[in-house]
Structure formats: C-alpha cells, structure tokens
Design a protein around this ligand. Sequence first.
Ligand SMILES: *Cc1c(COP(=O)(O)O)cnc(C)c1O
Length: 471
Amino acid sequence: MTTQSELTTLRPAGAVGSPPQAGPAAQAPAWLSPPDHSSLSPTVWPPSAVRDHAGIVRIGGADVVTLADRFGTPAYLFDEDAFRAQCEVFREAFHDADVYYAAKAFLCKAVVRHVAESGLFLDVCTEGEVQVALAAGFSPSRMLLHGNNKSDRELELALSLGIRRIVIDSFDEIERLTGLARRLGKRPGVLLRVTVGVRSDAHDHNATAHEDQKFGFSVHTGEIHDAVRRVLADDVMDLCGLHSHVGSQILETSGFEIAARRAVGVMAQVSAERGRVLAELNLGGGFGIAYTGKDHACSAAELARAIRTAVLHESGRLGVTPPRLAFEPGRAIVGHAGCTLYRVGTVKPRPGLRTYAAVDGGMSDNVRPALFGADYSVTLGNRMSTADQTLVRVVGRHCDAGDIVVRDAYLPGDLRAGDLLVVAATGAYCRSLSSNFNHTPRPPVVGIANGISRELIRRETVADLLALDVG
Ligand SMILES: *Cc1c(COP(=O)(O)O)cnc(C)c1O
C-alpha cells in the first residue's frame, strides 16, 4: 500500500491511477442533483431497470438480491433484451447502411448470436475476437477486420476465411496483404483507413482522426492518395472504399459530418484523377452515450439523419454518386445493456469531506474512471431508504488511490456494509478492459433475458490465475 502523499510525488501527472483531487470540504459537482431514487433514469439505465415495492432493483425482471446470492458479487449484469433492442434501433435508423457491431466494446458468444440474429455485421480487431465469433457460428462473410498492426497469421486467417472487409492502415500492410493475397490466390475486399484531421472533443486517448496519432493514412499530407495508387497498381485487392473513425464517446454530430465530407472529398478526387469509383464509406463508431445526468447523447435517428444529409450534400456538390455508408457502433449498442453489481464492504464517513464507500470490485473490473476520469451513476440496490442523501465516493478494493468506481454520487446516509450498489451503463469497455490487477479474478457476466438469468461468462477463480503461472 502507498499513501496518498507518496503517490502524489511519485506519479507523473495524468498517469493511470492518479490520486483523486483532494480538496477541503468536498462539493458535489454542479451537474449532480440529488437523485430521485424511486425511479431509475431511462437515459442511463436499461429500459427494464425498475425499483420494486420493496425498494429492490430489478434488471430484466431479475432482482439484484437474488442475483447477488446466486452469482456472487461483483458481477456484470447483461440485459440481453436491451442489447437486442439496441441492435434493432441501429439497424432501423441506419437502414440504408451496413451496421457492424464493434466487438471490442464487449464480446462473448451470446453477444455474437444476438448480433447475427439482428442482421448486423461484426467488426473485429484480433484473432481472439475472430475466434469468439467463429465459435458462435458467425459467418466470416459478415465480418470486418481492423487493426494498425495485424499479424501475418491474422491476415492469412482473414484471407482464408473470406472475411468481408479488411481495413488497411499502413503502407507496410498494403505490401504484406498484397503478397499474402497473391500467394493464397485471394482477392480481398479492402478499405483504406483515412485520417481526416478531425479532433474529437472526447478524451485525448479516445480521439483517433487528428494528425498526430497512430491510425490511418493522412488526407492532409496526401498520403491517402499514394495508398490508393499502390493498391490499384497491383490490382490484387478489391479496393471497395474508405474508412474513417474519429474517436469515441462523441456526443455531437458535427465531427462525423466533417469527417464524412472530407472522406467524400477524397473519393471525388480519386474518381476524377483515376476514373475509379470508391463505392463504400465506413464512418466507424464513436457514438456517445449518457453515463450521468450531465450527458446528452444524440439518438441513432438524429445521427443517421445528420450524417446522411452531410454525405448527400457533399456528394451533390462534388458531382459524385453518394457512397454506401457503413458504421461500427460499439458503446452505443452495448453500453446501456450492462450494469455492475457490487457489495459494500466498508463505509468511511470523512467529516467535512464526504463518505467513502468501498465495494468488492474496482479498477480491475472498470478502469474507465482511472483511465479517462469517467463518471458513472450508481444506486442502492437491495432496499428502500428514507435517510437523507449524502455525497459519497464509491471506491474499489485495490491498492491504488485512483481506484474509483463512482467519483461523485448521492446515496442514502444510512448506507452500510452489506448493501448492494448497482452502477449503470457498464456494458461497454468494462469487461473488455478488465484486468487481474492485485490477482483479482474477473467477475462473471450474467445474462438476463425474460427474467431468466444465467452465466454467459463464468467467474474467474484464483485457480484460473495460478494455472497460467507455470514458472
Ligand atoms: C473502437 C472502435 C469502434 C467502436 O467505437 P465505439 O466508441 O464503441 O462506438 C469502431 N470502429 C473502430 C475502428 C474503432 O476503433
């Protein structure tokens, strides 16, 4: 264990797990209003989340007290009906486009099956993700492979399986994939990833389309046109179009509209200079969701309308046929389908500051607060309380002062050890970014559909971890 003052002096600013800002008498942030704990806001919780007459939270019809008894805590709860409904929302809103669910947000075989049944495509980045999809019977002809440093093995796998699209990220990859495709006698459908020079307003690590970062071919320097020339010169690969992904957790439409217009501009230039029509424009993912009352996310319909209008307008202006659009939402499909169930172990009132409530998980099951300063919403899950609401910081059990679960929350003043807390909107980038920090076994993922719950991913055990330790 390290003390807070040691951490403050030892760690560079902004490092993962930097200690929370200590201040005198902690104040609630302006956006945080004392919640009405009798209702669970539908902008943050899955539609099925309710508090029953006994004050117990139910997700998908299953009550969290029973879930905690059966599956233990912490546990990721996954509302399968909410996930399917959200697949449907995106399929309908983007009915004239191809929608790929971004596997990296959260993937398991049950998710793959829901994606398949919803008629969506699947965006994968590694052999591991491909293998989960294959294990659930997903057709490679509906997958798209990403990655700025795919291995030869992954590229060969993509070619031999006949993966629908491979998104090329570098000149090295053009050479490698051309060679492999020639050797295997395949003609893959490829997209070139462009960097359109949009800096998203999201956290810096989440922004991927400005110039000084690792992804794509730059529009600004003209690199993208060299890449197009190289791919067309060999004619081993079928150049289907362009790909642009501007970042993650973006709450406005303007970044997507600018990216779309710039990409259409590149397409028009390719068409004018090489007489080659690039028919497909994949605008990636990054659609933001609400985590707390301060976030206002666009609906899928608003996004679709804004982006479609920008593409049609720019295509018309440049006199080119509008490309077929494709999207890769991850968080916006899965984020609200998941919540995390924790049990409180200690409650520490810090007079004049706030109360610290420690739960049995933390940064190993949700690293986003430590990594991005992410905020979450939390509610008492196992009972009704009429006690006054008090300002609480929900922290984890790990040996790091940056181990925060919910930075600021109002919770009943009689919160005590043994209570259950439910954190909303943990469906995306929690399980998928989880770790075994402190040799903590990962929690299970409990799927809930029609009130019936079952483990989709079982809880890890210390034996699982020891089995890897072969030294
Ligand atoms: C991460 C990523 C996505 C999904 O992002 P979300 O923010 O979850 O929608 C889609 N496409 C690419 C290329 C990505 O890197």
